[in-house]
Design a protein around this ligand. Structure first.
Ligand SMILES: [Mg+2]
Length: 190
């Protein structure tokens, strides 16, 4: 059964917020016991105008794996988009994930037998897909600033419309999170 708590503001609260994936305190995550990092692709790692992960991103992944994290891409975009992005770099990925639905998260959990939900963090740029999806599944989520909103397609623009409304409602509901989201540029149009 598909159950999504769309009307519950608590379902959109990120665990933490950073401007980019490079600024995340991965040591802290490791100390907290996190071992599996799920990365969203579009506007988290590359903009819609780019097709390949940068060398910096690949280096980051390599470093994270050296530190003992498992790294996986989980994207609502297509298999070919993910394969092109990885450009031969070997990394597990789940395409057509349909976040915020739970199915892809369940698949990930199934393929990592020794990992429990509290050891997983999703890192993404959208409240409506990444935050809602992670919270719906019951895992932590880090929100990063979208790389370039202006090149997003119509369906993401619809998500952004609702996202802005939710962020504004957080002003009263959870002022600390509201300030964090504003500080990384979460309400910026670009
Ligand atoms: Mg994204």
């Amino acid at each position: 059964m598909i159950v999504i708590k769309m009307f519950d503001l608590q379902s959109y609260i990120p665990t933490d917020c950073y401007k980019t994936v490079f600024e995340i305190d991965y040591n802290k995550l490791y100390e907290q016991g996190k071992r599996l990092l799920l990365f969203d692709l579009d506007n988290t790692l590359i903009s819609y105008r780019e097709d390949k992960l940068s060398k910096e991103t690949i280096d980051l992944f390599f470093n994270l794996q050296q530190r003992g994290f498992a790294v996986v891409l989980i994207s609502n975009n297509t298999t070919s988009r993910l394969q092109t992005a990885l450009d031969g770099y070997r990394l597990d990925y789940f395409a057509n994930a349909r976040k915020p639905f739970k199915k892809a998260f369940r698949k990930v959990l199934k393929s990592y037998h020794n990992i429990t939900k509290d050891q997983i963090v999703l890192i993404g740029d959208q409240l409506m897909t990444d935050c809602l999806g992670a919270r719906n599944f019951g895992i932590d989520v880090i929100l990063v600033k979208s790389i370039e909103k202006s090149s997003e397609k119509w369906y993401t623009r619809i998500n952004r419309f609702f996202e802005r409304k939710i962020i504004k409602r957080l002003y009263k509901y959870d002022p600390v999170t509201y300030q964090k989201i504003v500080a990384i540029g979460g309400l910026n149009e670009k």
